[in-house]
Design a protein around this ligand. Structure first.
Ligand code: NI
Length: 139
């Protein structure tokens, strides 16, 4: 583990009061932990923007399996990206709806392409990509 460094931040009193109120409601024990998380999130967000950065995450899809050909189209698309999709879990939510969660890892740009393609399929009611950076750069 690297060394801890202390530093001071000057800030408007009102802004700090708003921040303190928010971090208490989020359950943070200390300001330091909240500031560390903010910085980490910002760094991860910046890495997503880099197309060559390796990312890992999940794609969540909700769709109506009564829509003709939809299930097989989604499976077909996933097979095209078998090198990125590590696992797929299918849950029959109710009589109509299926929930699918895919675990995905690869180059940021490619991961986003696959997610956009799947989420954009007609009949997919809701879709969401959640990613985090692995810290590795792919060329
Ligand atoms: Ni199902």
């Amino acid at each position: 583990m690297s060394r801890l460094v202390r530093f001071g931040i000057s800030m408007d009193e009102q802004l700090l009061a708003m921040f303190d109120k928010q971090i208490v409601s989020q359950g943070y024990a200390t300001r330091s932990e909240a500031v560390r998380d903010l910085i980490r999130n910002r760094l991860v967000e910046q890495e997503w923007e880099d197309e060559e950065q390796e990312v890992a995450g999940t794609i969540t899809l909700i769709y109506d399996h009564h829509v003709r050909g939809l299930g097989s189209l989604l499976t077909e698309l996933q097979h095209h990206s078998h090198d990125l999709i590590l696992s797929a879990t299918h849950v029959h939510l109710d009589h109509h709806n299926c929930l699918e969660v895919l675990i995905i890892k690869g180059q940021s740009g490619k991961v986003r392409q696959v997610a956009d393609r799947l989420i954009g399929v007609k009949g997919v009611k809701h879709g969401k990509l959640t990613i985090t950076s692995t810290g590795r750069k792919l060329k």
